[in-house]
Design a protein around this ligand. Structure first.
Ligand SMILES: NC(=O)c1ccc[n+]([C@@H]2O[C@H](COP(=O)([O-])OP(=O)(O)OC[C@H]3O[C@@H](n4cnc5c(N)ncnc54)[C@H](O)[C@@H]3O)[C@@H](O)[C@H]2O)c1
Length: 370
């Protein structure tokens, strides 16, 4: 980006086109609005006119709204695109954005399988544009605090992970998300990928998975419930579960929405939605760890100091920095996020065959390739 003359060096405002103005725009729009002056939203593509009022409420009455994502890709006043489309459109929209020379931020999950991820990565690399996946948990203050604990080494040798995700998700009839082809499978590919991505970020790569699923056809074609057992390359075991038919996160006395637990031979830690991130050191801990986290951590779980920002806010802020050529902390490139899709795809193959699946797996086209 060219720089403006002035007492301070200031770069041009980057102009963003948003493809899809549905539910998750509610998390992206405030993040862009907070960055006013550094970036601006030039246009939103959304065919459902019933959603246009909300888009204007979120982004201002003057925002241009077009009906199809392809209408934005030809706009010279758009520098980069943020893809908030149904999963089956992540591949074609990214290919078209790359062809138009626009850097891409795409919501999770990156695509329906690794074959689609590979095509997205290749198209962006050939076009010389960046490809970033909005795996927001990696940018969230409380999830980042757990990463700091793990990376400090204070837990010793980590042997166990438990991550889960609980929601009551009921899509309306006809929704793209009710169909396997729309979603790329079921709840595991759609949302347990938050937990899979966090596991890989915290604990390294997965060596093999075994998976069982439960389909409730009155709710959706893909699985509503899924359980994944994973062996990490480190040797640790991980247990991941998603339940899209529970109200565990509802009401004042709720259980929880998401949680991460990690156990090592010198300590353990957890993140729990709505509560924060906590750490306990076991007997014979590393003295440096006691100095860093405090004596109280020897007696029970103590809160770990966390940044107060949301994952979307921080991810978008880092992406805008990258577009402006500033130093950024992007940790979710397309190449990195492909690994998360690979674990979810391996889990789907395991559920289908009843066998454990070792990684890496070979790419195979979706059954109705785009
Ligand atoms: N990070 C999170 O916690 C989180 C939460 C919810 C959704 N998401 C992700 O956000 C993405 C979108 O999900 P959503 O819940 O907003 O879905 P949604 O169905 O509410 O929104 C998708 C929108 O895309 C629009 N659309 C369809 N075809 C289009 C076209 N050709 N051109 C332009 N727009 C078109 C639809 O009309 C719809 O409004 C998905 O990748 C989803 O997994 C992430």
């Amino acid at each position: 980006m060219p720089e403006e003359a002035g007492t301070q060096t200031r770069k041009e405002t980057v102009r963003i086109g948003i493809l899809g103005g549905g539910g998750i725009l509610g998390a992206h729009a405030p993040a862009f609005m907070k960055l006013k002056g550094r970036c601006s939203v030039a246009a939103v593509a959304e065919p459902d006119t019933g959603r246009h009022g909300r888009i204007r409420e979120l982004l201002g009455q003057e925002v241009e709204i077009v009906s199809d994502y392809r209408d934005i890709l030809g706009m010279s006043e758009v520098d980069a695109v943020d893809i908030l489309l149904p999963h089956f459109l992540h591949l074609p929209a990214t290919l078209a954005a790359a062809e138009a020379g626009k850097p891409v931020l795409v919501e999770k999950v990156m695509a329906r399988n690794i074959e689609e991820c590979d095509r997205m990565i290749a198209a962006c690399e050939e076009a010389g544009v960046s490809l970033t996946v909005c795996h927001d948990r990696r940018y969230h203050g409380q999830w980042m605090a757990l990463k700091e604990v793990v990376d400090s080494g204070c837990l010793g040798c980590i042997f166990y992970w438990k991550l889960d995700h609980n929601q009551n998700v009921l899509f309306p009839p006809g929704s793209w998300a009710r169909s396997r082809d729309g979603l790329g499978g079921g709840a595991i590919m759609s949302c347990l990928t938050h937990q899979i991505d966090a596991l890989r970020w915290y604990g390294g790569e997965v060596a093999s998975v075994s998976c069982m699923t439960q389909v409730l056809p009155e709710r959706m074609e893909g699985e509503t419930v899924g359980i994944v057992a994973a062996r990490m390359r480190s040797g640790a075991l991980a247990q991941l579960a998603i339940n899209w038919f529970t109200r565990s996160n509802a009401g004042p006395d709720s259980l929880w929405y998401e949680m991460v637990q990690v156990c090592g031979d010198r300590g353990e830690a957890y993140y729990m939605y709505g509560r924060g991130t906590f750490l306990m050191l076991h007997d014979a801990p590393d003295r440096a760890a006691v100095e860093r986290w405090g004596e109280a951590a020897l007696k029970g779980f103590v809160p770990v100091q966390c940044g107060g920002w949301s994952g979307h806010e921080r991810c978008i802020s880092e992406w805008v920095k990258s577009l402006r050529g500033e130093d950024d902390c992007i940790v979710t490139s397309g190449r990195e996020a492909r690994g998360t899709v690979e674990v979810a795809e391996a889990a789907a193959r395991s559920a289908e065959t009843g066998c454990s699946v070792s990684l890496p797996i070979a790419p195979a086209p979706w059954k109705d390739p785009i």
